[in-house]
Design a protein around this ligand. Structure first.
Ligand SMILES: *Cc1c(COP(=O)(O)O)cnc(C)c1O
Length: 376
């Protein structure tokens, strides 16, 4: 006997990146920030008294919303706090897409989107990215053609790290007939000289929502706190109707507020990540990997073609071999067993020391793999 709804019975759940119990592992597989949260967050944690947990939290996280509104130059009504970005994605689907209706996304992108769509029982229209991973010019037109009610665009893109300019997002927002969610989970790692800021779009369009999370830039993935930025008319149904009554808890409101208020401290980490990103890209390129230019805290790299020339039956096998070799050395990266990604590894930028160990292990595995082929 099964009691599930048919769409739940038929769906597969989300596949998490490995979260090993051992602490010694070098974890470069789930895009966490390699540096600890800032001193302000540590102080906020220390100053919290357990008695403050006796009462229910402020239902709308208004303290946090005011800090976020000031940070982005918008008003409190333009901010909505959620239990991680994943909750905001789920709320967007349950609020804007009926069962049987369609939501759109680029393929590949964040693998949670189709899972949340399956829970809601809605259809997913997947628009393939171009060979250079850019978003097709007719992205919005393709989604309008299938009457998509909602579209997810990750920017910087995951899993490539590529950044779309705000002008391109504006074109999509203008053309698309549904709600456009711009998932900015990795926005903090963008080179400041790019001058990227998509917040003005929420004043120009009542169908645009930005997703921000404390998980990546603020080193708080374990806290589960994120927020949406959008027109008040767009956020209102989620704020007042579809979310859980107390969707963010008192502890996370307290810490997330401290973290965002002290974002200048976190910005020091972001610069370190960018510096290491450059160093890692250059070193991987020198080893023969091809690296997609990334504005994120991870790199998508294709294994060297020299391997194919040396007789490896496929690049894909080499990618798996390297993934396993790293794992044996206690270094986790992400391997996606899906079209267009099987000859690639996605590597989170770690601390300087972690990246150096990664490069050493990769160098050794690569040499061994090539020798094995030549000997065979
Ligand atoms: C990490 C991530 C999120 C949100 O993560 P939370 O930890 O739930 O806040 C959303 N989108 C993408 C693409 C991500 O990588």
């Amino acid at each position: 006997m099964t009691y599930e709804r048919p769409n739940i019975r038929d769906m597969a759940g989300y596949t998490w990146g490995e979260q090993p119990a051992q602490k010694q592992v070098i974890k470069l597989n789930t895009n966490e920030n390699p540096y600890p949260a800032t001193a302000s967050v540590a102080n906020a944690l220390q100053s919290l008294r357990v008695d403050e947990l006796r009462r229910y939290p402020q239902p709308f996280a208004d303290g946090f919303r005011d800090v976020a509104a000031a940070a982005h130059g918008v008003t409190r009504d333009n901010i909505m706090a959620t239990n991680g970005g994943d909750e905001l994605l789920r709320l967007a689907i349950t609020t804007f897409v009926d069962a049987g209706q369609t939501l759109g996304m680029a393929e590949p992108s964040y693998s949670l989107y189709p899972v949340l769509a399956a829970v809601q029982g809605c259809q997913v229209a997947r628009v393939s990215l171009n060979d250079d991973w850019s978003l097709p010019q007719d992205f919005a037109a393709q989604l309008n053609a299938v009457d998509a009610r909602l579209a997810f665009v990750v920017n910087p893109h995951a899993p490539t790290g590529q950044l779309l300019p705000v002008s391109r997002l504006r074109e999509i927002a203008t053309e698309f007939n549904g709600v456009l969610v711009i998932d900015e989970a990795y926005v903090d790692f963008i080179e400041p000289s790019q001058g990227y800021d998509a917040v003005p779009l929420i004043r120009e369009f009542d169908n645009v929502m930005l997703l921000r999370t404390m998980s990546k830039g603020y080193s708080l993935a374990g806290l589960r706190f994120a927020y949406g930025i959008g027109a008040s008319s767009l956020l209102a149904p989620m704020l007042y109707k579809t979310r859980d009554s107390y969707n963010t808890d008192a502890l996370s409101q307290h810490l997330a507020t401290a973290a965002l208020a002290a974002r200048d401290e976190a910005a020091v980490n972001w610069q370190q990540v960018r510096d290491e990103r450059s160093r890692l890209s250059a070193a991987l390129a020198a080893m023969g990997f091809s690296v997609v230019p990334s504005e994120s805290n991870f790199l998508l790299v294709t294994v060297p073609d020299s391997a194919a020339a040396a007789g490896l039956d496929s690049q894909e096998k080499l990618a798996r071999t390297l993934y396993q070799g790293l794992k044996q050395d206690g270094i986790l990266v992400r391997y996606f067993d899906q079209p267009r990604l099987r000859d690639k590894l996605r590597i989170t930028v770690g601390t300087g020391q972690e990246n150096t160990q990664l490069l050493q292990s990769l160098q050794a595995s690569l040499k061994q793999a090539l020798q094995a082929i030549q000997g065979a």
